[in-house]
Design a protein around this ligand. Structure first.
Ligand SMILES: O=C(O)[C@@H](CO)OP(=O)(O)O
Ligand SMILES: [Mn+2]
Ligand SMILES: [Mn+2]
Length: 542
């Protein structure tokens, strides 16, 4: 066992109240024009914070958070991993690229077992998000799997493709599904037959997370495994029909579909088959993995459970061992802030609503589910509404604030962290009026929370995991297109000390990113940051 005991900072004067870290999900610092939902919202609290002396900006995308390149926008997984781990780990997107490039992906035990089944006549099923968003998956990985399966002499491959419209343009599915169907036609030949068999929009099919709504996974199971759903001759036909029938519907919400030939689904999942869930990110992959793997599965009636070899692109949960088999080793995130604080006896609270609950627990703790030390930690989840986020943009921010304020007043915790989902979840809808309300909600709640921290004479740390609401639309030739994805903008970082009696200054660092936050929190809690962490954003001038 590594020694995670932190050393106290000599001469540090601890604040009477707790250190409270607020993650304003999806609230970055954008261009400041009328497309910037953070700028156009009425945010007196945030505006004041942005003029504080201990205010700076952090990089929250690209290589600074372990992604393959600076073209990659940030996301909650890499953002919270970086916040909670204090240093950069190569993330799923990068590790999978490397495993394909070196060929190691096809040399491991999982591919061997897939190979065995598929050479003996089993069908290979590839389930996952079809886009180049690089948050949960990348379409080039799907292409590589198709090519290798053909090279290795598999006879039959079926793709169960989920529409994105959330990390990419909101009606961009044809940009991915048309070439994919074309590629399937090119690859198919005597002895190798591949095509798309089912699919659906990611927010209503298969990719639920944190058990927010299992019916999403049930719909996916019915389409992918049982072959039940509205039938079409091809995925492209399904998408075109959906666009025609309801022009206001965007990709992420498109109903599940099944590709059929004369009424017969072309690719149900059967005994003896192999299944790869080719998403590399865990939160939205865990539930389907459980549906395939758990013998005492209770979340919905699966009706038929085929005997398949199931593998994830990655291991999605290292502690719960989900799934049992996977193609690429996940980043080995050790020495998280949580481990250090628990080893040092620091009491803590994490709070959010369902949609982001795992972000401040599972992602924050390096993709680890559950408590590190339940005698010191408390994790509070407030159940999210099941309604379109643009119709209730305030979400559960007030309830999250209730919990956080009560915790501050209680004096029970040294460290409190919370996530306000609004800027991100509503940002993903692209609905301008709703995004403004979402950002204003966060601002209002932040004001209330800050007043409680001030009263308790604690320290508030305000930041975000990546941008989203800070760009609501893009404009080309006078035409606006909603921008629903995350941004590559920096995020704010502000420390407001309401009574520690220490004197802090900004550390003159050359680069500042989310990985610098963990060491800063150690400092604010009165500890020497671990040597392996990226340096703190503040220094002590006592
Ligand atoms: O909703 C999600 O899964 C992602 C976008 O794909 O958003 P976030 O990283 O903010 O959770
Ligand atoms: Mn996020
Ligand atoms: Mn998001």
């Amino acid at each position: 066992m590594a020694d995670y005991n932190l050393r106290q900072l000599p001469g540090y004067k601890p604040s009477p109240g707790p250190v409270v870290t607020v993650i304003m999900d999806g609230i970055g610092l954008g261009g400041g024009d009328s497309s910037d939902g953070v700028r156009v919202a009425y945010t007196p609290v945030l505006d004041r914070l942005l003029t504080e002396p201990l205010m700076t900006t952090l990089k929250a995308h690209g290589v600074a958070v372990g992604l393959p390149s600076d073209d990659d926008m940030g996301n909650s997984e890499v953002g919270h991993n970086a916040l909670g781990a204090g240093r950069v780990f190569s993330q799923g997107a990068k590790l999978v690229n490397e495993a394909f490039a070196s060929g190691s992906l096809f040399k491991g035990a999982a591919w061997r077992q897939i190979d065995e089944r598929c050479r003996r006549g089993g069908t290979l099923h590839l389930i996952g998000l079809v886009s180049d968003g690089n948050v949960h998956s990348h379409i080039t990985h799907l292409y590589r799997l198709l090519e290798q399966s053909r090279e290795d002499g598999f006879g039959r491959v079926r793709i169960h493709g989920l529409l994105d419209g959330r990390d990419v343009g909101q009606k961009s599915a044809l940009d991915y599904f048309q070439p994919l169907e074309q590629r399937c036609r090119e690859l198919s030949r005597t002895g190798y037959d591949c095509c798309i068999a089912s699919g659906g929009g990611r927010m209503v099919t298969t990719m639920d997370r944190y058990e927010a709504d299992w019916s999403v996974v049930r719909r996916g199971w019915q389409a992918h495994v049982l072959g039940r759903g509205r039938q079409f001759g091809s995925a492209v036909e399904a998408i075109e029909t959906s666009y025609r029938e309801d022009p206001s519907l965007t990709d992420q919400y498109m109903d599940a579909f099944v590709v059929a030939d004369n009424g017969r689904p072309v690719g149900t999942i059967e005994d003896g088959d192999a299944v790869i869930l080719f998403n590399f990110r865990g939160d939205r992959a865990i539930e389907l993995s459980r549906a395939f793997e758990e013998s005492d599965f209770q979340a919905f009636d699966r009706e038929r459970v085929p005997d398949v070899f199931f593998a994830g692109m990655m291991e999605y949960d290292g502690d719960a061992k989900i799934p049992a088999n996977f193609l690429v080793e996940p980043p080995a995130i050790q020495g998280t802030l949580g481990s250090y604080l628990c080893a040092s006896g620091v009491s803590s609270l994490a709070v959010s609503e369902t949609q982001k609950f795992g972000h401040v627990t599972y992602f924050w703790n390096g993709n680890r589910t559950g408590y590190i030390d339940n005698s010191l930690e408390n994790y509070v989840e407030i159940e999210s509404d099941r309604i379109a986020f643009d119709l209730r943009p305030w979400m559960k921010a007030a309830e999250i604030t209730d919990q956080a304020v009560a915790a501050v007043i209680s004096g029970k915790y040294r460290f409190i962290r919370l996530n306000y989902p609004n800027g991100d979840m509503v940002g993903h809808t692209g609905v301008e009026a709703a995004i403004r309300i979402a950002v204003e909600t966060v601002d209002l709640c932040l004001g209330r929370l800050l007043a409680a921290v001030e009263k308790a004479r604690g320290i508030a740390v305000i930041t975000a995991d990546h941008g989203n609401a800070d760009c609501m639309w893009t404009e080309k030739n006078g035409r606006r297109t909603p921008m629903v994805a995350h941004t590559r903008n920096p995020v704010p970082f502000i420390v407001k000390d309401f009574g520690s009696g220490n004197e802090f200054a900004l550390n003159p660092l050359e680069r500042r990113g989310l990985t610098n936050v963990a060491a800063t929190l150690c400092l604010l809690l009165g500890y020497q940051p671990p040597a392996q962490y990226d340096p703190p954003l503040l220094r002590l001038r006592n």
